[in-house]
Design a protein around this ligand. Sequence first.
Ligand SMILES: [Zn+2]
Length: 499
Amino acid sequence: MSQVSGRSNQGVGNVPLDGQQRSGLADGESWLGGERVCIDEACRLSDADLEKAYACSLKGAPNDIVPPAWLKAFPDLQRPRGRAAEDECGAWRLSPPLHFASARNLDLKAMVERTRALPAPQESYARGRVKVTYALNDIVHNPPTTTVIQPGGRTLDGTIDLNLRGVPSRVQRLAIIAEDAITRLMALDLQAPAWSAADPLEIRVRRPDRFDSFDGWTSDVVSFIEINPSMDSVQDFSVVPHEIAHRFQIEARKMNGKDHGGLCDSIREGGARLLEDYVFDRANKYVQDAKFHFQNPEIGFFSGTRPYATGLFWKYLAERYGTTPEDPSGLGVYRDLLSVVKQSGYTFDALREMCMGLGTRLEDVWSDFLLKNLLHNLSNAHAYREEHQAPDSGAGGAGEPLSALTVNLAPLTIRDLAPWAAAYHEVPGAGRRKVALTHLTGGAMLSRGIHLDAKGQVLRDFPVPIGAPPAPVTVGQGERLVLIACTVDVAARFQIVVT
Ligand SMILES: [Zn+2]
């Protein structure tokens, strides 16, 4: 059993926790499947009570019957909990720390299988390499859909056999989407699980319990995927391929213990976002995720706070380096990334090594990615789509103001940036402008000024060195001057002076 980082996006009352809080357990505490647990107290419980307490912690504890010993073992047992709003995946749910499982000599897999069994009566529906199991009382009997369904741009009309033999159309839809996603991901040459009609991927349709919440989830502790029955078809087209992408990742990677600053979460969730979007290109969910980071640069892009956001970065890498006639999607780059981290761990050094293999320093790739976001306007839902030019060519879908990313610049501004964070500043007004940067504290920064013409084409792309006397830029009517400031490994505080 391999360990995945067990703390992504776990939040209380829909308040996302930052990386430090999430990992900030008290002495003697650890995580068991997304639940805070006091190891000593948990070890005093019998196996049967531990399992019951754990099941309670997943389902929500009845208020009056929780034995005090259970509460000591699971300090959050009676607190109403919810996932962070942005965590539709819930992969943290079953990400137990190895040391706790081994301390109790638990057969964690068996325990999880028992606590996640579907209520009777249940049915199943098999189709190709997929078997959907569902509790009859949970499934929504959707009326036959009249919507044209287009995963990855292909129409499934005529294929969907609605209400075949009484199987709810919702169940059939899930099976068709899953089978389609498997076929498309298989074509990427990712290391693939050996699903077959005889040994299919199981999709459990489960209504979340009282304190539970997810659209879909899976984990390397289990072999199945769970899907929330109350999603609509558009959500299904994103969430089902997303969870299947996790099954491919589980096959491809083995955690080797090194995880620097949330990179494991980023490669897992951001990568699943990338693969999900490859299967179903309409959703572009990572654009929303990424906006959060550019509006909150005090939170690092790879910190694991919104690991889904990094899908945009992996997409950039794929489109910058990967697209060839043999691999038009460019997703071979992500496949290579999985194999690099499998060898070297989830570290920035591993990422650096991969970028050097592609011919560029990671720092330059990062800075170019930030420029690409500016030129391609993240408020456009189809950021990057069908754009394969080098970012510094200035070509592409520029032209609209990037209001979502841009903070208008006061004459004197002090900003704090987390490691691997970026802030976009637009210098307001036209005329002769000078922009200077003063480094106050922290690590090295990369900053560049971008002068755009009225059509959004790059007139000039120039470094803005820290402390150097600024060169004036004459900004014409309708033109824009944008400063992109970013950090790499170390947080920084800096001051911008505009004259
Ligand atoms: Zn996920």
